[in-house]
Ligand binder design. Sequence first.
Ligand code: AMP
Ligand code: GLY
Length: 420
Amino acid sequence: MKVVVIGSGGREHALCCALLNSPKVSKIYCIPGNAGTNDIAENVDIDPSDFRKLEVFIKEKNIDQVIIGPEKPLVDGITDFLEKENIKVFGPNKIASKLEGSKIFTKKICEKYNIPTAKFGIFNNKLEANKFFDSCKYPIVVKADGLASGKGVYICENKIKASLAVDEILDGKFGKTNEVLIEEFLEGEEMSFFIISDGKMFKQFGTAQDHKRVFEGDKGKNTGGMGAYSPSRLESKDLNKKILNKIVIPTLKGLEELNTEFKGFLYVGLMIVEGEPFLIEYNVRMGDPECQTILPKLKTDFYEIIDACINKTLNKINIEWFDDKSICIVMCSKGYPDKFEKEIEIRNLKKISLKKNEFIFHAGTKTIDNKIYSNGGRVLNFVIRSDEFQEGRNGIFKLINQLNWEGGFFRKDIGYKVID
Ligand code: AMP
Ligand code: GLY
């Protein structure tokens, strides 16, 4: 079978690796891919926002399955576009993707179905928002409605900062809009909870804990994710049940009442407050770096799982996992998430030999004349599956030592909540 993976990050390299393990997969194309995917798949230089070009390529190569990694093409309707051309796609349609594409859409679903989430208000002018700020408790959270690459969320300690955030959003920093979301700050522990769905039924697909801030001790700016571990220490049968019954099932019912369905990965971003789950956000894809942490734990043939989702036969698949713990540390370019240099050679990468439970997934890398160079903020993901998180993390430090890349930095405290 021939598969196309759309995207170019660590998540997509991990998706390609999982597909490579399937005896059913004969060829993988990654569009546009990175230096890592180029080793195991064929990278194809097409812009993922050019749906027409993608369609032509997919038809020409007789592709059996297309997996969409990132949110942008999903929110822009890639699934609807390709399905109209009878192409088999794994990823939600345009309406379902609004769960990530519009925070206000999701909040309205929460309101209608009584889904636990931070208390909120939607404002469409600066004056009203500022009046509201006089009476609220701080910190308060101000959010842009649409996709903002993780930058549209402001945690504000006082009225001045909140007011500035509203100005930036309504002045169009994240695209033209006349609405801003203001919500209560929830104090608790975050958890990323995943399901996979065929549109008719769903199964759980692991949990993880991401580390979004750039510096150790969860300090500094928000990033795409500096590292993760799976499972989350909060996972329990009781909590899983609450998340499914109070959050996931009512959301899927909400989509059903909009005459649509959810096919793909649903990433449920949660704040757990005194044992109770509150929805912070939905993403309509796997997390990055959560995907790199979770997929190495998968025992079942990944191609078959995706194929079952496309054919609405997920009920026939038993998804099995390795019991051990998985931890991922992200190596970034110095300066990230602000300015950083690109095209710095990563010399020792090919010399590192990996054991069966060790993985290096590329993100911002590219190959020039057989040499690997950095090409983005998040560059490499080091993952180890082992009995204990501590053992995994120590193993990663040894791998990073072998790499000895002067252009990069990483957080040494990934997993601090589960490692003494
Ligand atoms: P989001 O893009 O919605 O995931 O928000 C980015 C990050 O902001 C989350 O991972 C949380 O750490 C934080 N955040 C968002 N909303 C809230 C909230 N209501 N209370 C506390 N923290 C929040
Ligand atoms: N790791 C956070 C995200 O994928 O959105």
